[in-house]
Each structure stands twice: as C-alpha cells, then as structure tokens.
Design a protein around this ligand. Structure first.
Ligand code: ZN
Ligand code: FE
Length: 255
C-alpha cells in the first residue's frame, strides 16, 4: 500500500500528475497545467480526483483549475501567500500544514524563490515529494519573485528530506539542466554517468523524472555549492554557500 503516481506531459514541457492513495482509493492532482491531457489521464487510469494541490500561481500550473473544479467538484488547496492569484482556491496551506489524503499525511514546506509563496508537498509515509518549480532534476526554478538567498534556503529544506525520497517536478527540463551542470561540475563522475542516462532516456522520448533527493545531492550543482571542486572551478573557494549558489543561478540565467 502506498501512493501511486501517474505522470504525463501537458503543454510543451509541463508535467501533469495524478496521485492515488492505494489504501482508500483517494485521488488527487498536483497542479493543473492543461485540461485536455489531464482529462485523458483521468480516463486512462479511471482515477477521479477529489482534490487539487496547487504549488504556485503561474498560469502553467493553474490554467485548468476552474474547468476541473466545475467537472469534478474537487477541492483546491494552495499556498496562503498566493491565495488571491489561485483560481477556485478553497483551502490555504502554509509551512507545516498537515493534511490528510486517504491514509497518507501531506506535509507542506514553503519553498519560495521562484514565486514568493511557492509550496512543496511531501507525502512522508510513501516518501514522495512534489517540488514543482523549486527543485528540478539537476536544476532549480528561475528567480521570478525571490532572491538567490531565498531560493538557496528553500532548496536546503528539500535537501534535508530523506535521501530515498522520490521527487516529482513541474517540468521536463533535465537535459538542458544536465548540459549546464556539466559546465559547473565537469569532473563529477556521478554527474557524467547521469548525463549519459538522461541523454538515452530523452532520445527515446521518455521522462527523466522522478528523481531522488540522494541523486540530486550527488549531481545537482544547485544543491552542491559547498563542493570543493565546484568552488575551485568558479574561483570562489572562500565564498559562502549562498554566494556560490547565487553565482551558479546567475550563470544558468545567461546560459
Ligand atoms: Zn512556475
Ligand atoms: Fe512552471
């Protein structure tokens, strides 16, 4: 028994995600990027959602909120700090909010930086985290509404989850993240091996997600600002982790 996850593509590179608590048959959605592919996934699985967990207010995460609410009468949960920007929101959550989802508990972690109120949802019993546009495989979200220091602190919270936590993200950005990661951490053998795997998956049109916290800790440059080789490469051996993180983020923005 545990949390079942059905991941599928929406728009160009967004993930739609249906989740089901095996014990009770409770079904939910993580974000609502696009109605059509979500309806197809519901049809294919036979899983009818009763709740929608929204991570942040960007249109590519809330576009189908109202349509899905009208169709399924689902409850929409989202970050308190962005409630005014989330269509159809019924219930707000914040740091430490603890929700029931069937027999699962859902813990809310505030992970601002990409947006000011972005939250991540952690299903602790099953060891699954939904990090949307905060933590990506080999990357992190762009800083639209937060500083590098804010995003660095958010990533540190996620990095502290158990290493075997499976992580689902908001976008399939892994291949371009991988190419950038190689410019920051070119001598990391774990990264090199992972890049080869990612290239093979993408060549077959397969998703590169989920990842795990452990895999990100060993290969994602945004979680590795403490790494001596990365610091040396950047000429930032005496800088703080937050400063090294900010430099890596800046380089990604112009890459
Ligand atoms: Zn976004
Ligand atoms: Fe997004």
């Amino acid at each position: 028994m545990g949390l079942q996850v059905e991941q599928f593509m929406c728009r160009t590179d967004n993930f739609g995600i249906l989740i089901r608590d095996e014990a009770t048959g409770t079904v939910g959605l993580i974000d609502a990027p696009e109605e059509g592919p979500i309806l197809e996934a519901i049809e294919r699985t036979g899983w009818t959602p009763s709740i929608l967990f929204v991570t942040h207010h960007h249109p590519d995460h809330v576009e189908a909120n109202q349509a899905l609410k009208a169709r399924f009468k689902l409850k929409i949960v989202g970050p308190k700090a962005e409630a005014a920007k989330i269509p159809g929101i019924d219930e707000t959550v914040e740091e430490g909010s603890d929700l029931a989802f069937g027999e699962e508990r859902v813990r809310v972690i505030e992970t601002p930086g990409h947006t000011a109120g972005h939250v991540s949802y952690v299903f602790e019993k099953s060891g699954v985290a939904f990090t949307a546009d905060t933590l990506f495989a080999l990357g992190c979200g762009r800083l639209f509404e937060g500083s590098a220091a804010t995003m660095h602190a958010s990533l540190n919270k996620l990095a502290a989850l158990p290493a075997d936590t499976r992580v689902y993200c908001g976008h399939e950005y892994t291949l371009s993240n991988a190419r950038f990661a190689m410019t920051i951490d070119p001598t990391n053998p774990a990264l090199k091996a992972r890049v080869a795997k990612i290239e093979a998956l993408r060549a077959q049109g397969k998703p590169t997600l989920p990842t795990t916290i452990g895999e990100e800790l060993s290969t994602n440059p945004f979680l590795r600002p403490h790494d001596p080789a990365i610091r040396k490469g950047l000429g930032m051996e005496t800088a703080s982790d937050a400063e090294v993180f900010a430099e890596i983020r800046k380089r990604k923005d112009v890459s």
